[in-house]
Design a protein around this ligand. Structure first.
Ligand SMILES: Cc1cc2nc3c(=O)[nH]c(=O)nc-3n(C[C@H](O)[C@H](O)[C@H](O)COP(=O)(O)O)c2cc1C
Ligand SMILES: CCCCC(=O)C(=O)O
Length: 349
């Protein structure tokens, strides 16, 4: 397979986050598109993530002064201009030749935190050199715990500000669409920090979380929590945050939409640690809904990959800017001028 030949796309054609996927289809190899767009098995959870967000109605208040919309928030010691982060996604060089460097530049232009995947196709040190906004690192724990430790130490040395430990992937899901295109890394693309997808450990347990806490110096978040009982264990274990995620519908098909489980997890966590959420966030109104139902911030995965394919760094920053602008409009129109004022009252019951 050859590397992608991304033709420059007129980014003014991208008006919303659905446009970016439509435009990316023709601008990526079929293999890369199928890798990004697909979910596991019959793709129920992939669709439910979107359908469940769409099914939530908003409740507005009028005659509220929304002359100053303030989307700022703080998260694990960082002041964020708006509560949207780039979710960790693997293999950016199959989407655009500039790969993770373009993603980091796009994130920096748009003032967003970029969570770099363990399966980055660019060394972390090179990404850190171009990023002007904070980076977080997503960790896949490997069978070899000493290599895992070395990778974390590299992430810390490169200035990553938090570690998102992915806990929902002891094995990858039934990825039929990847099988159909014989998904493989093209020649010339490698993952410098992970030997291959088979290096992931299947034996990760709460004991390993304790082990990580014994030496990791940056905040640890657990990514891929769907069960309130696990959320409770995570808080008891002393982690700094949790990410409610079903891996974008890519692992276990027929688990519920993340927006559906979020309120239950928020109830259990009861503000003891910050909660992030991802899965199907495509509109500013989706961000409002997630915050109203208990998230402190959200992450976006696939639209960033498609933005990267359409226009490198400019495509990534465009996706973030559209979503941020839509969030501001949704806040003004619901009568919520600040992030902290967004609560259950904006959900039509
Ligand atoms: C192409 C792709 C690659 C991904 N790679 C990773 C990864 O390396 N590590 C990880 O924890 N999650 C990974 N994910 C899951 C995302 O971090 C995130 O949970 C999900 O994409 C969010 O849903 P959304 O794509 O609907 O926004 C990946 C998702 C996609 C689409
Ligand atoms: C085996 C996992 C590879 C990266 C990933 O997390 C994904 O494709 O969803």
């Amino acid at each position: 397979m050859s590397l992608p030949q991304n033709d420059p796309i007129d980014l003014s054609e991208i008006i919303n986050l659905f446009d970016v996927e439509r435009l990316a289809v023709g601008n990526m190899t079929e293999m890369a598109y199928e890798y990004v767009a697909s979910g596991a098995a019959d793709e129920f959870s992939l669709r439910w993530n979107r359908q469940a967000l769409d099914a939530i109605k908003l409740n507005t208040r009028v005659l509220v002064d929304v002359g100053e919309i303030d989307t700022r928030t703080s998260l694990l010691g960082l002041d964020l201009p708006y509560p949207i982060l780039i979710a960790p996604t693997a293999y950016h060089k199959i989407m655009h030749p500039a790969g993770e460097l373009a993603t980091a530049q796009g994130a920096s232009t748009a003032s967003a935190v970029y969570v770099v995947s363990s399966f980055t196709t660019t060394p972390l040190s090179e990404i850190a050199r171009v990023a002007t906004q904070p980076l977080w690192f997503q960790l896949y724990v490997r069978d070899d715990r000493e290599l895992t430790r070395a990778l974390i130490q590299e992430a810390e040395a490169q200035g990553c500000r938090a570690l998102c430990v992915t806990v929902d992937t002891p094995v990858a899901g039934v990825r039929n669409r990847q099988q159909r295109v014989d998904f493989a890394m093209p020649d010339g693309v490698s993952t410098p920090h992970m030997a291959d997808a088979f290096a992931l450990t299947k034996s990760l347990t709460w004991k390993d979380i304790e082990w990580l806490q014994s030496f990791v110096k940056i905040p640890i978040l657990l990514k891929g929590i769907l069960n309130p009982d696990d959320a409770d264990l995570a808080v008891q274990a002393g982690v700094s945050g949790i990410i409610v995620s079903n891996h974008g519908g890519r692992n276990l098909d027929t688990v519920p939409a993340t927006i559906e489980v979020l309120p239950r997890i928020a109830e259990t966590v009861n503000k003891r640690v910050p909660i992030l959420m991802d899965g199907g966030i495509r509109r500013g109104t989706d961000v409002v809904k997630a915050i109203a139902l208990g998230a402190d911030a959200v992450l976006v995965g696939k639209p960033i990959c498609f933005g990267l394919a359409c226009g490198g760094a400019a495509g990534v920053s465009k996706v973030l800017t559209i979503l941020r602008t839509e969030l501001e409009l949704a806040m003004a129109l619901t009568g919520k001028a600040t992030i902290s004022s967004i609560d259950q009252s904006v959900i039509w019951q």
